[in-house]
Design a protein around this ligand. Structure first.
Ligand SMILES: Nc1nc2c(ncn2[C@@H]2O[C@H](COP(=O)(O)OP(=O)(O)OP(=O)(O)O)[C@@H](O)[C@H]2O)c(=O)[nH]1
Ligand SMILES: [Zn+2]
Length: 203
């Protein structure tokens, strides 16, 4: 019975997303027409559909999906209980002010309590919260908070460095400037994270 209910739920979700893409495509076609572009041009005629698909299935996909499951493993007496740092995880997100991308790298550090995390999960969590209109400060905080709760960690520190296309290709047009944001949850020593990055020759 549960399975049947699940299948129906899945079908409803698929139907909703299809409808959403159709609506976005129609709205975007109006924007293109307002710009004076020829919607019959073979190069442009599928652009409204492409943009709708890109927003719903890719760049804003985190709005319509569940957060990733975090695989963890218990710590035994041989396992390090010290700081774990996963550095330079690349990501791209969408600035919610101008709908331009911002792209960069994140470093996730945590101090485990009784479990360690599957390493790839830091990147999955980052991708999940990046896949929606964002500001860099919120993205940084959401990743830190989610991992802190899911890992029952003693502490989590997330550092994000990114370049914003809204500052590169429009507005002030400052190529090469990047923004660094940090978020700390629980008890973790920022200096210790910096020392371990130094050890790895990163700073
Ligand atoms: N704090 C924060 N600001 C951001 C982020 N992404 C873009 N912004 C800024 O959001 C601001 C929006 O400012 P507004 O003055 O409303 O918009 P605008 O007139 O287009 O601003 P300019 O970019 O200065 O041309 C700009 O200063 C952007 O640089 C982000 O992730 N975090
Ligand atoms: Zn922006």
């Amino acid at each position: 019975m549960n399975k049947i209910v699940d299948i129906h739920a899945d079908q409803n979700e698929l139907h909703d997303l299809k409808l959403k893409k159709q609506n976005i495509s129609n709205y975007f076609a109006k924007i293109l027409a307002e710009l004076g572009l020829d919607l019959d041009d073979p190069s442009i005629k599928d652009t409204p559909n492409r943009v709708a698909k890109m927003l719903v299935d890719e760049t804003c996909n985190g709005l319509f999906t569940e957060p990733p499951e975090i695989t963890t493993f218990p710590i035994d007496e041989h396992t390090s209980r010290d700081l774990i740092v996963i550095e330079d995880i690349p990501f791209s997100s969408l600035c919610e002010h101008h709908f331009q991308p911002f792209i960069g790298k994140a470093t996730v550090a945590y101090l485990p309590n009784d479990r360690i995390m599957g390493l790839s999960k830091a990147a999955r969590v980052l991708d999940y919260f990046a896949a929606r209109p964002q500001v860099q400060e919120r993205l940084t905080g959401e990743v830190a908070q989610f991992l802190y709760e899911q890992l029952n960690a003693k502490g989590v520190l997330v550092i994000v460095q990114a370049e914003h296309f809204c500052m590169k290709v429009r507005g002030v047009k400052k190529h090469g400037s990047s923004t660094i944001t940090t978020a700390i949850r629980g008890d973790i020593d920022k200096q210790e994270v910096i020392s371990s990055l130094k050890l790895a020759g990163k700073v």
